[in-house]
Design a protein around this ligand. Structure first.
Ligand code: TXA
Ligand code: MG
Length: 322
């Protein structure tokens, strides 16, 4: 681990600068969460609307009470079970949390990321880091330092390379201020896993497009999206769609969980058959498909089973159903 880079990151963050940090889910664009001027730079760099709240990243649950009030016991039980890890909890915000962090809401989203470099940064920084995914607003989240450099290289003061993200999709967001408790964004940790720890029902929250100021920005219908038009299609209609596209004189890239004889590398991107490995490389492969400069990205739909929920959610936003 590069100690010099870690110390540099801590120093820059203390000075109110932006540092891209690795996490197990996706790379984050971090700033001192207690410094409104520093946090403002995040919104500018990403081109993100100011009403979209950010997640505060902390080293561990010991500092939860710095950021939240009326913390229920279940928050500590969840931290014990899943932190550091891909779980973000929405709690009542402490009065000291700058409103720019929470988009003016009275709740705050908090998580402890599981990456050794970022854990060291947080421990030395001794504070909270506001960090959305380190991509331009609406674009695909970055899962390597290279992705961050391409999207935001000029706007960031330092990018810490911590290798490719091992989970590959953003954290599960659970709202502990609602009854029943709701998942606002599905991720690697499921409603069932959460429910098993807290012994309470946990539901998946359905967001509507009509919501004016979305509590979860990933709830916008088009998000996490490649620049190339992208569609998703049922396995049985896949080969017909490829033929049709070509007959119109158009080129396509295909993400499928099986080989397709009509398409070859690099336009054919064979995806893993299990949801964990699929999620891990999904964003990287969507970015790769974008680079191929084809007319259309065709994604084979994934199984409609609970294990695939996080992947289904991201594909629903990255592609149009046909
Ligand atoms: O895995 C992750 O969560 C990554 C890494 C970097 O930690 N971060 C991430 O941040 O995905 P971002 O900003 O791209 O997504 C944060 C989500 C947004 O959809 C935001 O609306 C939601 O968290 N959020 C933040 N504060 C909230 C609050 N008080 N209530 C409800 N949702 C909130
Ligand atoms: Mg994001």
């Amino acid at each position: 681990m590069n100690t010099v880079a870690i110390l540099k990151a801590v120093q820059l963050l203390k000075e109110g600068k932006l540092v891209a940090i690795p996490t197990e889910t996706v790379y984050g664009l971090a700033a001192d969460a207690s410094n409104p001027k520093a946090v403002e730079k995040i919104f500018k760099a990403k081109g993100r609307p100011s009403n979209h709240p950010l997640i505060v990243h902390i080293a561990d649950s010991a500092s939860l009470a710095t950021w939240a009030i009326h913390i229920p016991d279940i928050a500590y039980q969840l931290a014990e079970a899943f932190w550091p890890g891909p779980l973000t909890m929405v709690l009542n915000k402490a009065p000291s949390v700058p409103s720019i962090v929470t988009g003016g809401q009275n709740t705050v989203a908090i998580r402890s990321p599981n990456h050794p470099i970022t854990q060291q940064i947080l421990k030395l920084f001794k504070g909270g880091l506001a960090a959305p995914s380190a991509n331009r607003f609406g674009h695909i989240s970055p899962t390597t330092a290279e992705h961050v450099k391409k999207d935001l290289g000029k706007q960031v003061d330092l990018i810490i390379d911590g290798g490719p993200c091992i989970i590959g999709v953003e954290s599960t967001i659970v709202d502990l201020t609602s009854t029943p408790i709701r998942i606002l964004r599905p991720g690697a940790i499921s409603a069932k896993q959460i429910s098993n720890v807290i012994h309470k029902p946990v539901i998946y929250h359905k967001t509507t497009q009509k919501t004016q100021a979305p509590r979860v920005s990933g709830s916008l219908s088009s998000h996490y999206a490649p620049n190339t038009p992208a569609i998703r299609i049922h396995t049985r209609a896949l080969e017909k769609k490829i033929k049709e596209t070509r007959n119109k004189g158009k080129t396509c890239a295909v993400l499928a969980r099986k080989k397709i004889s009509a398409v070859s590398h690099p336009q054919l991107i064979v995806m893993p058959k299990d949801p964990e490995n699929y999620a891990r490389i999904l964003y990287q492969q969507l970015r790769f498909a974008d680079l191929l400069k084809v007319d259309l990205i065709i994604v084979e739909d994934v199984p409609q089973t609970p294990k695939w929920r996080a992947v289904q959610d991201r594909l629903n936003r990255a592609t149009k159903k046909t």
